[in-house]
Design a protein around this ligand. Structure first.
Ligand SMILES: *Cc1c(COP(=O)(O)O)cnc(C)c1O
Length: 409
């Protein structure tokens, strides 16, 4: 392989450094202001509050509370729902570990639903299969900037009075039927980690319209201390999940750029989509009818009947062009990770899995055919708000040539 390259390699912007991020004078000024004020704690400073106010306004929700990671955001959401030990929380086989371990820390059992092999998103159909009397909540993960099919999921959940948490870490400003992802279920959880559509390095935020949940979310971030109450106390077991003013200042500046960042991702993804659409053997991920995608990544399904070694083969060929792509997205589905396989939790107790129904922890691959197929087929390509047309032309050409080189004759 290794075709003689006739063109120059174009270095693609990376979200792991400044080449693919939008930090500039605005972030610098806000951080400088915070440092000069000497107030680095959000309970006293202005940026934490400003960020929460403007994030809530942007999404059109009543409440937003900043916290210090996306994992913390998911933990806050689960703690607000307040499961009893052994209650079940349905989640997905393909998500970040930070969306799963908080379930265990709140004493609930993560029950994995299969996903749609075409998008790797969890579906109503798969959720329905694992529902039980003990289901306390459903967490959906909108992967890669592509919303899950929420209408069917909300119908299923609403009929049974089960709250839905939306993990929107990868899908800022994506929409379903005109509503922002993260505002459709009871609680939305977002991450500001380095590689997300807006970032503070580490950080997160939770949103809701529900007064009672909002109160518990706020308290869980703040050691459950009743700030401002007549007789404040530490009301229940919780943590300090607060973000600092330094992070909040960066997040505040980043929020002002979010519309632009998302629009640029959509524009560039649209262009790439157009350039790839007639190439046999690959197909790009598409949003469902009525949804819009905000392209955390740009995903392809690779047909291993047409391309040698499928997604793995194509990724290898793309390396020739210095294009870093990720076949499989994650090494393995969540249920195959050691933490679940060995139930490594608290001492040697296996708690809370010692309370689980056997069906709830049935990790047989036969239950996850969509997951295994989806992972086998997917090739995750990088994209971010710093991509410009010449990057897309180079990427599209590289993919076209890599497909040509790996085509099964
Ligand atoms: C990034 C991410 C998280 C965790 O966020 P952190 O800020 O890294 O803790 C959770 N869920 C999904 C889907 C993510 O992509």
């Amino acid at each position: 392989m290794n075709p003689q390259l006739e063109k120059e390699i174009v270095k693609l912007p990376s979200d792991q450094d400044i080449s693919g991020r939008t930090f500039g004078a605005e972030e610098l000024a806000a951080v400088t202001e915070v440092l000069q004020s000497g107030v680095l704690i959000t309970t006293k400073g202005k940026y934490g509050k400003l960020l929460e106010k403007e994030f809530a306004e942007k999404l059109g929700v009543k409440y937003a509370y900043a916290c210090n990671s996306g994992s913390a955001a998911v933990h806050v959401a689960i703690a607000a729902i307040n499961p009893n030990p052994g209650d079940e929380i349905i989640t997905t086989s393909i998500t970040d570990m930070g969306a799963l371990t908080p379930i265990i820390f709140q004493g609930a059992i993560p029950v994995f639903a299969d996903v749609d092999p075409k998008t790797l998103n969890v579906t109503a159909e798969a959720i329905e299969k694992v529902l039980s009397e003990k289901t306390k909540a459903i967490i959906v993960t909108h992967l890669f900037g592509n919303p899950c099919e929420m209408e069917a999921i909300m119908k299923l959940a609403d009929e049974r009075g089960i709250p839905v948490i939306e993990d929107t870490a990868q899908s800022f400003l994506a929409t379903c039927d005109g509503k922002y992802a993260g505002t459709i279920g009871k609680i939305g959880a977002f991450s500001f980690q380095q590689g997300k559509q807006m970032t503070t390095g580490e950080g997160g935020i939770v949103v809701t319209n529900d007064d009672a949940l909002a109160r518990r979310m706020y308290l869980f971030i703040n050691k459950a201390w009743g700030y401002g109450d007549a007789n404040p106390d530490h009301y229940f077991a919780s943590l300090n999940y607060r973000m600092t003013e330094l992070q909040a200042a960066v997040a505040y500046a980043q929020l002002k750029k979010l519309d632009h960042s998302v629009a640029q991702r959509q524009k560039m993804a649209g262009l790439l989509d157009e350039k790839l659409k007639d190439i046999e053997g690959i197909e790009s991920y598409k949003p469902a009818q009525g949804s819009t995608m905000t392209y955390w990544k740009f995903c392809l399904r690779v047909d291993d009947q047409l391309i040698e070694d499928g997604a793995v083969g194509l990724a290898k060929a793309l390396k020739t062009y210095d294009v870093a792509s990720a076949p499989r997205y994650v090494v393995k589905p969540a249920y195959k990770c050691q933490v679940f396989q060995e139930q490594n939790t608290f001492g040697d107790s296996h708690y809370p899995f010692n309370l689980a129904r056997p069906e709830a922890v049935d990790y047989d691959d036969a239950n996850f055919q969509g997951t295994l197929k989806g992972l086998h087929d997917v090739l995750v390509l990088p994209i971010n708000e710093c991509y410009e047309e010449h990057h897309i032309y180079f990427l599209a050409d590289s993919i076209r040539e890599a497909v040509e080189a790996t085509k099964i004759k």
